[in-house]
Design a protein around this ligand. Sequence first.
Ligand code: G6P
Length: 611
Amino acid sequence: MCGIVGYIGNKQAYPILINGLKRLEYRGYDSAGISLLDKDVKIFKKKGKVSDLEKHVLNEDITGNIGIGHTRWATHGEPNDINAHPHISMNGHFTLIHNGIIENYGRLKERLMDRGYEFKTDTDTEVLANLIEYIYIKGQVSAEIAVRLALSKVVGAYGLAIICKDEPDKLIAARKGSPLVIGVGEGEYYIASDATPIVEHTKSVIYLNDDDVAILGHDGMTLKTIKNDKLEPKVQQVDLDIGEIEKNGFDHFMLKEIFEQPRSILDTFRGRVSLDKEEIHLGGLHHVLDKLIHAKRIIIIGCGTSWHAGLVGEYLIEDLARIPVEVEYASEFRYRNPIINEDDVVIAISQSGETADTLAAIKLAKQAGATVLGICNVVGSSIPRETDAGVYTHAGPEIGVASTKAFTAQVTVLAMIAMTLGKERKQISKKDFAELIHELNDVPAKIEKILTHNNDYLEVSKLYKDVTNFLYLGRGYLFPVALEGALKLKEISYIHAEGYPAAEMKHGPIALIDEKMPVVVIATKDKSYEKIVNNIQEVKARKGIVIAIVNEGDKIIRNMADHVLEIPEAKEELSALLTVIPLQLLSYHIAVLRSCNVDQPRNLAKSVTVE
Ligand code: G6P
């Protein structure tokens, strides 16, 4: 939540900051603001999108070689001009931007008010600006010391970029809980919430750790902890191409990312699956493989779409490897006093690698002695750094807020883990293992084929774009896909949608069915095919509209359903990878037809770094 950028160097800061904010807008888009330090501090902020801010500064003086910028997803205080960042301290010494939550802001605010501080906004961030300033004036210390002392009094999470107008040759960045990356250029530094605004300027980056404070100057940088212990900055090269973070001719990032799936799935298993040797090699799990093979139980945690991938993982691992699996919402797991044993293996799934609830659940599992693995997409993010081992999904940057290619990449990794465990535990034969490997290898081409029918999805979408409810049904491996299809539709089109295991329809949702209710049934050939045919009949008997996802050449369902959308056949263990594509396309087209902002749906953010 919230995107942060900063620049110090010899170039004009404004164009760097505004472009950076556009790249980070997926993290939050309630309001945006920029502060530039020239002879004095200038602050421009505006409710709405980064483009609104751009219009707002059209006739302003935007010169300055130092600056910070912010795009907000509101936590404290409604999204308006005043609550937008940057925030300035009461006497104007400090200007800062913040991603995260200051949990003890109420107490800090009271104490500052007792000492004469007045507040103009409802934000927790202004409290931090004033706290730093209070320590700075009272203690007569440098800006850096004031920042470190203030942060030692703060409970909560922050990614911060700070300007002190009395020390106009530096920019201070600090991190705890919220991600922050420093870009290292020639006599210049960049700050950002992730590497996407930085890579067009430099590929050399430093990922800050919790409790790190970076003091960036024209002549170099100093890295230390908030307790003043000096640290050696570890510069890494980031492997991210600018083309990956642009739309490349697609109308929306979401559509581009849907169409990237043949490649992103291939990238996820490339080099890990050997067709010749009929082997799977997951290097990141090498040193914990034994632990996994002998795990008494696997607990999968995640949020949103990642949780849905986890459900597919449960079916895969129980089916192929016969290890009991539980799938938990990270937010529930961390607060419900769960039983965690030392011989449990916890798998945390997260596209961003930054989701606050998932991170907290990982810490809990580690404290209880479990081995914790991560399945993440963003390289160098917090979750891979917190976990004992893991597998990157290699799907490439996902910018659309509604997750698409990250889901299929996560399922691909889970399938590889389940297949490996099944083979090692001798629960599947060599022949079955080999067949699954070849089947996985065929998935990208099959998705390619589904995507050639994009227009069919558009045509069906036109018929149902104005309905108010949708029901999604699936069984077995396709139940989590039904949940994911419903989530996609809700997220981007604001149509109410529910996913259900098809057999459960009788226990409630059937009451909703009438001639206005479209029911998307995922009815590809698997062991419950006949059962789902019965479910379709139950919907038709109540005059519901059936949109069925079926395998090519299916005649039975063609005779019953209102619409059939054909996809290639696949082994049921890998069917989620194919069946989710039509649901992504349906949601996308319906949302576009309803004129919704597909890439930035209201109230949502891509990376939820607050609980
Ligand atoms: C947010 C996003 C979802 C995502 C979820 C979990 O809600 O909007 O698309 O599935 O967070 O994010 P993660 O990065 O942990 O997978």
